[in-house]
Unconditional design. Structure first.
Length: 289
């Protein structure tokens, strides 16, 4: 009898929990649904009350305006190139630094790791002005190197990957050294394969961070709109469609929604493709840490 009541309580609890998860998912997905549906609506349909939860009239003119009025494809290329190169550099630098802090013994190793942790607590707004002056003085504003170089150092990546390298037994390294395997060769042939989940999670986290790094990309952009990224271009579209006025009739909401959708779709595709590595990396890092 007691077991039966316990099973009934457990089933009711599971039902309530599942309903709660479904409701939370609906609330999480609804902003994306509203964004995507708004991108194919006319502006008048977006602002009318009561709203059309399902678009009554569908149009692609909002996307046509993006490509006819703005160099949107150039913005997309800039974002993809800058983000991809930056992420590759982040993964390489972070993995090498994390391996050195985990497996190499040298004076100041713990101090360097503590400094890396401290860097996680410093917001970018504190050091972005001297960093900008340095990059501007080097003549890199508006150039790919100006976007990429300051973002290569990623303390979170070092911290994340160090947890994976800490789990590699030192006995394995010592045994391979007896067989003539150098530290660099061990890192390439053993360290990187063993940390693939962490590398995947780091790649996705850093990709999202770099792609959405609006503040730095805005500082690096010049008056030439061909140097913009998609997030900076999105801000330009918003500013050119009625910003600064209280008259909503001047707002082109359809164009705004379409530009935001155009900005978000590449990140959604990246996340859907690599979500398995992201989940594995985060869960494994949490257990190993």
């Amino acid at each position: 009898m007691h077991r039966r009541k316990k099973r009934m309580f457990q089933s009711k609890f599971d039902l309530v929990l599942n309903v709660g998860v479904i409701v939370a998912c609906i609330f999480s997905v609804f902003p994306l649904y509203w964004l995507f549906t708004g991108s194919v609506k006319y502006s008048a349909d977006i602002t009318k009350l009561p709203p059309d939860w399902i678009p009554a009239r569908v149009t692609l003119k909002n996307f046509e305006k993006i490509f006819s009025s703005y160099p949107a494809w150039r913005w997309l290329w800039n974002s993809i190139f800058i983000t991809t190169v930056t992420v590759v550099c982040i993964v390489v630098v972070s993995s090498m630094a994390a391996y050195a802090l985990s497996k190499l013994r040298f004076p100041g190793r713990k101090l360097l790791f503590n400094i890396n942790i401290a860097c996680l607590l410093i917001p970018i707004e504190i050091y972005i002005l001297p960093l900008y002056r340095f990059v501007y003085g080097a003549g890199l504003q508006g150039k790919y190197l100006g976007y990429i170089l300051p973002c290569i150092v990623y303390p979170m990546g070092v911290y994340l990957l160090k947890n994976f390298y800490d789990e590699i037994p030192n006995e394995i390294i010592e045994a391979t050294e007896l067989d003539g395997c150098s530290r660099l060769r061990f890192f390439i042939t053993h360290g990187i394969p063993l940390s693939k989940p962490g590398l995947g999670a780091l790649a996705i986290l850093s990709y999202i961070n770099v792609w959405n790094n609006y503040l730095w990309q805005l500082l690096m952009a010049t008056s030439d709109d061909k140097s913009y990224t998609v997030v900076v271009g999105l801000a330009r579209v918003i500013n050119s469609t009625g910003a600064g006025t209280a008259d909503q009739s001047l707002f082109d909401f359809g164009l705004r929604y379409a530009t935001a959708t155009f900005t978000a779709i590449p990140m959604l595709i990246i996340f859907i493709i690599f979500q398995r590595y992201f989940t594995e990396g985060i869960s494994a890092g949490a257990v190993k840490g």
